[in-house]
Design a binder for this molecule. Sequence first.
Ligand code: ATP
Length: 454
Amino acid sequence: MVERAKVDMEKIVSLCRRRGFIFPSSEIYGGLSSCWDYGPLGVELKRNIKQAWWRAVVQERDDIVGLDTSILMHPRIWEASGHVQGFSDPLVECKSCHLRWRSDDLEGSSCPTCGGELTEPHLFNLMFKTFMGPVEEAASVVYLRPETAQGIFVNFQNVLNTTRKRLPFGIAQIGKAFRNEITTGNFIFRSREFEQMETEFFVKPGTDEEWFNYWLEERLNWYVKLGITKENLRLRQHSKEELAHYARACYDIDYLFPMGWSELEGIANRGDFDLVQHAGSSGKNLDYYDDESKEHYIPYIIEPSAGVDRSALAFLCDAYDEEPDQEEIRVILRLHPSLAPIKVAVLPLSRREKLVKLAKQIYADLRQCWMVSYDDAQSIGRRYRRQDEIGTPFCATIDFQSLEDEQVTIRERDTMNQIRVPIAELRRTLQAKLEGEDLFVLPPGGKIWKEGEG
Ligand code: ATP
């Protein structure tokens, strides 16, 4: 295993800003607290995370289907789910400086900023409220969803009727969620607008524990397969006091973020709570008819609920590395190739017309397969470093010899190894390398050496 440099949040925030991964929202107006904008590289990273999740959860399975429900939903959904009544945190206010805090986040009994006296805690509902239509009155109140899960529960019968899926099966959704968090922070870890990737997996009561354990393992492995260091992940069981009102059991997958172990994903056994609530409240039958046992029952639900933004932060922190590079420091994002925003950088050694023509041809060809960047500014060493810093796994360098032998150099980010391959084999070779084939496996006519060795 590569020994990783100690990463602190400042380095990640600064890299994200400098290279266009993540910017503060509404920056030219002084920013909007706890909201973030994903820049040209950030948007690719985020798309790749969502794609990897969708692939593992929907595409490669035949027992889960996808869904995309609206953010605004009938307000009674949030009454039935318990959010109107119970989705709140205890809030205290400092009597001197008037800053507000989540009382369960505080260690002492006075204000952490000025030491002032705090008010008694009162419950603060985390849902954002707005109005539907032109009249701002109680009857037109709607909420921005605080989780994507409820859109899945209320479509359970629709999916069942239209897909002919039988238990056990799941429904997966990726989408925005909004929480009016009292305290935010740690960059994109806790914000008020974020994205979730949630699966609701419906099972026969009595098989729920087995499926719960299955999903714990499955989800933990997903992070490991995408390159997160195993030692930086742990499962943490919720105590009885901590369990949400709907949950029979819950574990968090925690990641060792720079600020310490914190939740990356929650996996809950929700029992039949949600479907029973919505059946009662809507008056619709949400039973399942089991053709094998000839019984009607309400399925139990296992819910792995992950955050896109927290995953992005964990992948960035885990990939961050530094190495001495003569007088300087080489910063490398050792992102898994499937997550890297740019897969290949095409680098012509000079701006001479003939070379540029060939490089542009190669660039146009590779772009049909992946996100590829073209860079002809400054020395080749500097260009390699720029790509290392944003996690580009491969560079394809075109030099004068390429014009004669119709070969180019592929340089690999992590090892800095270089191989020379025929242009005709370039796409296929990169495809194999991006899928994990050893760099030392050469196509016909290939050659290997190390960066700086000639
Ligand atoms: P926390 O205890 O950190 O507030 P939670 O237990 O309330 O999180 P869940 O309701 O289980 O979170 O939501 C599932 C996932 O959604 C979390 O594991 C996290 O990845 C993501 N998530 C929840 N709240 C936020 C937030 N405010 N900002 C970013 N991601 C969030």
